[in-house]
Design a protein around this ligand. Sequence first.
Ligand code: URA
Length: 229
Amino acid sequence: MPRGADLAALRESVAGCRGCPLHRDATQAVFGRGDASARTVLLGEQPGDQEDLRGEPFVGPAGRVLDEALAEAGIDPGEAYVTNAVKHFKFERRAERGKRRIHKPPTLREMTACRPWLAAELELLDPEVIVALGATAGKALLGSAFRVTKERGRLLTWSAPGPGPESGGGDGEGRGGRDAGGGEAAGAAWEGPLVATIHPSAVLRAEDDREAVRAGLVADLRIAAGVLD
Ligand code: URA
């Protein structure tokens, strides 16, 4: 992790990250995409199959769902910064599915190993609102007790530890807090509004109730859009 790096330098360095074993099977690390002055940061879980191949976040089917939902909610997708809690694609190959690479959720250890990249990104971006897309993104920001079903669509506060005795080490749990200015937030490098919602791939997985699931995603994103008004 280079000190004093800008987003371009972080992107270059993450390519050589060996902080956890996921780099071994992934094609490449996928860093965030967007302008450093973006007002909104969208945080996903990890790159998917297409993102892994193309080296950019949310360029596959989930990205298309996300872009449409953002536009409907009043957030210009082109003006948001998109990134992931984990920068390498985790998958397994299943012979019975034509050797397709099937997504596997990251472990807490993998999320913790990747955390410094996310913390550095957020500190540089200093967004007006951050949207956690799904359970992994929520846990990466608010700890493992986070439940997207309970917290979605509400205005929360997230804070990141800055330099000082509170930062560094730890197990990746409990380092974020909803209590801005409180104990866990002491020395915060970044703190601000956070809205959690479902991951856009939940819309793709939905069958009979797909439109209702999609409408729920849009409704949650409208809460984030309200912060920008
Ligand atoms: N899903 C994610 O969480 N992130 C991506 O970049 C693509 C799919």
